[in-house]
Design a protein around this ligand. Sequence first.
Ligand code: KG4
Ligand code: ZN
Length: 351
Amino acid sequence: MEANKPNTTVPTARILGIESSCDETAAAVVENGCTILSSAVASQVELHAQFGGVFPEVASRQHIRAIYPIVEQALKDAHLRLGDLDGIAVTRGPGLPGSLVVGINMAKGLALGSGLPLLGINHLEGHLYSAWLTHEGKESAEPPQFPLLALIVSGGHTELVLMTAHLQYQRLGGTLDDAAGEAFDKVARLLGLGYPGGPAIQKAAQEGDPEAFDFPRSWLGGSLDFSFSGLKTAVLRVVRGLEEREAELPVADLAASFQMAVVDVLVGKTLQAAKEFKASEILVGGGVSANQLLRETIQAEAICPVSIPPLALCTDNAAMIAGAGCYRFSAGQRDGLDMDAAPTWSISELG
Ligand code: KG4
Ligand code: ZN
């Protein structure tokens, strides 16, 4: 990969994005880093629900079935052909290796056939760039204010990142064990709420008392890292205890108390980092940023502006990959057809 020059201007480019890192097969066309011309997502959620989580082998096979139609759909919805584009951006990592290669191979085939440049994009960078996307004809989002403090919370990641300029990152901390979304998914399974766990817990919590159980919050001595395994074990202990006594599970109270404990820590540490690094703006992205309590709490408690993408752009999609791709394209990134998947690619390796 060629080095990227820092770029603070709005990019002029029309990019096709492809995403297949986990359980959504997606393609989208984005113009100038901010305008969504199309965004098509084929979700595998129902397929994986029967296993209670993402089954990697099943995911890759489903990506193979879905990838070609979803790219065709994205181009059709944008009323464009490959020749109308400037480049093809694809999620290179992090993610499931067998899923990533499906999107990457599709992108390589399109790049080879059309002569368009290929760009490998970091999935977490994509989640950040989802904050500045809007659909064609809608009012554009406020431009970012740097230094910007980002919390990325998804099924695989919980990261605090300082963004000093476009494409410039400093990783401040992350989870030492389970990701926030993973904790939601595991606790939902414990409570018999099904997959994906985040929306199920949020729904069950609506009827519950968030103070019914005093679950632990891991502050880790003021560090900017996270740990959710102790919280998950605490919920497990309560559930096992109630089951042994054959008592009915107060599912709503357990869900509400668990959700409150996760949100307390996510918001507490994000605000701490924003203060420490004098952030001008806070950005929250990734699947867990769809959580209503998290959205409301951080908006209410932050002393600087907070950007959170609309719900459809919080979970995995390809518009975010195309959006980041516009900036990477303008900064001069071009990848070769020998580009490999990067299943464990950290955002700290980006600059
Ligand atoms: O970003 P994403 O779609 O995929 C990954 O990159 O992992 O995030 C999926 C995660 C899942 O763990 C899901 O349970 C969680 O996001 N999630 C939520 C909510 N909606 C999705 N967690 C809490 N509350 C929600 N409303
Ligand atoms: Zn994601």
